[in-house]
Ligand binder design. Structure first.
Ligand code: NAP
Length: 318
């Protein structure tokens, strides 16, 4: 396979980033992966990935430690910035735990990219930087021109949404000022098999639908995308010269109760929730821009079956 050069992936041990770190060597890239604790068991899976020995070099780096980030990025043609805190519950100090690492962390990565003369940076943003806006008319189709309202995120204490919205908007300001080539991907709920041994926040959501029998669950509209398709999307927008701006990344729209019905019919022995509370219709989203670039999404059933297989193998459904 043709050598395609060196790229850096931040937060390499995380759920989404691990799939990208797995994909890149199979497409000819050498990878610099940043992790906070190289020796930690939560990053052990990285060393077991195919070709990891020859193609993956791990760097100890914290987003708030500029020189550690710079060291990992030097020598790379491209950077995929995936590291950002994803909380699983209430956060006591959102400024310190979420906003600072997301925003200052992103700016540190971008500054290091400029210094290292990186050709393109792909940032993993989120749909929560697009759709949290009370002023969007209910039936409007949301596309890449839509931005979440920061004040609304703050007032409603959606600090994760706030952290992703500020981080992405600051990234675009930085790109405008510096001329750095930045592209962002805004995925919806990411599910699919896990490579890592610790359960990430979005996988917890599906596990709850397989185990949370007695809980009452909101019957909201879910927009879902497979983690392997997100990794493909990140590489696609990196490689396609014509890629520019933001890309919403979502494949399937389904109500929670319908998803639970699907899971129950595939796995009748698991204890899926039976009680649902009705909530307002969710946003209408389009991934047309990404699909026009050439991305194909896998069927939802494949995502569900592979997710459950991975949870079973990790003993999470015992
Ligand atoms: P994850 O498994 O929790 O990964 C987050 C990664 O960020 C971890 O590797 C974590 O490292 C790293 N990180 C956090 N704070 C850091 C810091 N101060 N310095 C260095 N690294 C830091 O979650 P994920 O789902 O893969 O999320 C990856 C990206 O996708 C995030 O940007 C997230 O906002 C975005 N996203 C995820 C979803 C989803 O449904 N999963 C949807 C849309 C967007 P440690 O392991 O050391 O904590």
């Amino acid at each position: 396979m043709a050598e395609k050069g060196r790229v850096c992936v931040t937060g390499a041990g995380g759920y989404v980033a691990s799939w990208l770190v797995k994909l890149l060597p199979s497409r000819g890239y050498r990878v610099h992966g940043t992790v906070r604790e190289p020796g930690d068991v939560k990053n052990a899976h990285l060393k077991k990935l195919d070709n990891a020995l020859e193609n993956l070099q791990l760097f100890k780096a914290d987003l708030l430690d500029y020189s550690s980030i710079h060291t990992a990025i030097v020598g790379c043609d491209g950077v995929f910035h995936a590291a950002s805190p994803v909380p699983s519950g209430t956060v006591l100090n959102p400024e310190v735990e979420l906003i600072e690492p997301a925003v200052t962390g992103t700016l540190n990565v971008l500054k290091a990219c400029s210094e290292a003369k990186v050709k393109r940076v792909v940032i993993v943003s989120s749909i929560v930087a697009v759709r949290m806006n009370p002023n969007w008319p209910k039936n409007q189709l949301l596309d890449e021109t839509c931005w979440s309202d920061k004040e609304y995120c703050r007032e409603t204490k959606n600090y994760y949404c706030l952290s992703k919205t500020i981080a992405e908007s600051e990234a675009w300001e930085y790109a405008k000022r510096s001329g750095l080539d930045v592209v962002t991907i805004c995925p919806t709920l990411v599910i699919g098999p896990m490579l890592q041994s610790t359960v990430n926040t979005s996988s917890q959501f599906i596990l709850r639908l397989l185990k949370g029998g007695s809980e009452s669950v909101e019957n909201k509209v879910l927009n879902i995308v497979d983690v392997r398709d997100v990794a493909e999307a990140l590489l696609l927008v990196y490689e396609k010269l014509e890629a520019e701006g933001r890309y919403i990344c979502t494949a399937h729209k389904i109500k929670t109760k319908d998803l639970v019905d699907k899971l129950r019919s595939l796995y009748p022995n698991y204890n899926c929730p039976k009680n649902f509370t009705e909530v307002d219709e969710g946003a209408k989203l389009s991934s047309e821009k990404l699909q026009r670039l050439g991305l194909k999404f896998r069927p939802l059933e494949e995502t569900l079956v592979d997710s459950v297989k991975s949870y079973q193998e990790s003993g999470l459904l015992d």
